[in-house]
Write a protein of this length. Structure first.
Length: 403
């Protein structure tokens, strides 16, 4: 539990007219900015986005806080959820209690709150700065309120799902990967701690995993090979997120959907590490394989190869290995996706490999790279959306492993 006191010259209580619950209350007041304690910084978990303080919006908030005495009229204010809020008329003190980190804390106005805390920490916050505070008590979940209030920049689906804890099982599945701390589960995550962190959108991770998910993209249907390929994993990251959330199984019941997701993740967990090792190998070794196939990868514009200088032009997505050539995702996706043909299923539903994917890559990788690079478009996006490319690569891996 965290109890803190703010200075508020006046205070208004608004009972919820649509609820009989006397605990559901909305309070409105102006708070002296300098009275906001720094420890409130620990209660941002209820806000669906991280606060990126280098944006134009954040910069304007900081400027207004510094320059305008009427900041409280120009700014939208800060919204929090709390266990209780009590105002003392004689002292003008407002006592707020946070108790449950999943429900209580900042919901909207995070950039404003962060700007105030930063100014306070640097001793640049004037005494005569006030900010509008809205306090909600008695709510069961901050999700709906956060979705409604965070409208200046639309809150994306992944941020709301993170707030609802729907990625917890995925986090457990990825806990042993080297990149787990760089995954961005909500908007602007990691930017506030280190703007140089090369973040990975959780939708990218989900899209890659879904290519191998037999519950969503089975490569065998009715005893034969499926004619469809998971092209949408490349072309529609938001669609992949929705498939992960809602399309594993055929139920519309959220509790059943959660169980289905958790089962899918349990099944795929034994091969997860290998999937991302495969991605790394393809991203880092493809130019070498291409040159062995006589394709002169460095001559392609998208490779960004700096001939003769040996300079680093990028880093690999997951391991951040220095790259002398850029390999676009439009090329990597259909190559990695081809290896889903190696997935086998144990009696308990868990996955295993027919043959180790890295072994297969080393054995026929040059041939697979040739298939991709024989496609002439200079735009890898065109290659990635070509179902024939996906199908040809898939069949090569399947034939090598099974026939």
């Amino acid at each position: 539990m965290y109890k803190f006191t703010l200075m508020a010259p006046d205070f208004r209580k608004l009972p919820d007219p649509a609820s009989q619950d006397v605990q559901q209350m909305r309070y409105i007041c102006y708070v002296q900015a300098k009275s906001i304690p720094c420890k409130i910084d620990e209660w941002f978990g209820t806000n669906p986005r991280e606060q990126k303080m280098t944006t134009d919006v954040a910069r304007k908030i900081k400027e207004s806080l510094r320059e305008n005495e009427n900041f409280h009229e120009l700014n939208r204010g800060i919204v929090v959820s709390a266990k209780s809020a009590v105002w003392f008329n004689k002292t003008k003190e407002l006592e707020i209690v946070f108790d449950d980190a999943a429900i209580h804390g900042n919901i909207d106005g995070g950039h404003t709150l962060r700007a105030i805390l930063d100014a306070k920490a640097s001793n640049t916050l004037p005494d005569n700065r006030y900010v509008l505070f809205e306090i909600f008590t008695g709510i069961d979940s901050p999700v709906e309120l956060a979705a409604a209030r965070n409208t200046s920049v639309q809150v994306d689906l992944k941020s709301l799902q993170e707030l609802e804890k729907n990625f917890d099982s995925l986090k457990s599945t990825l806990v042993d990967t080297t990149f787990t701390d760089r995954i961005q589960y909500k908007m602007n995550e990691h930017h506030s701690t280190d703007p140089k962190v090369n973040t990975i959108d959780v939708r990218e991770v989900i899209s890659i995993l879904l290519m191998f998910c037999q519950e969503v993209y089975p490569y065998k249907i009715g005893g034969g090979l499926s004619p469809s390929q998971p092209v949408q994993c490349y072309s529609g990251k938001e669609a992949s997120l929705r498939k992960f959330l809602y399309s594993v199984g055929d139920s519309s019941d959220p509790s059943v959907q959660k169980i289905n997701r958790e089962n899918m993740l349990k099944n795929i967990t034994p091969i997860v590490k290998n999937i991302f090792e495969l991605w790394e190998e393809i991203e880092t070794k493809l130019p070498e394989f291409a040159n062995k196939a006589g394709k002169r990868y460095g001559t392609r514009k998208y490779s960004k190869y700096d001939e003769g200088k040996g300079s680093v032009v990028g880093k690999s997505l997951f391991q951040e290995t220095d790259l002398a050539y850029v390999v676009p995702k439009g090329i990597i996706y259909p190559l990695v996706g081809a290896f889903r043909s190696l997935v086998q299923i144990n009696d308990d539903g868990t996955y295993f490999w027919k043959k180790a994917p890295l072994d297969v890559w080393n054995e026929i990788g040059i041939k697979l790279v040739s298939i991709v690079l024989d496609e002439r478009p200079d735009n890898p996006d065109v290659i990635a959306k070509n179902t024939n490319v996906w199908s040809n690569l898939f069949k090569e891996v399947y034939i090598h492993a099974y026939l």
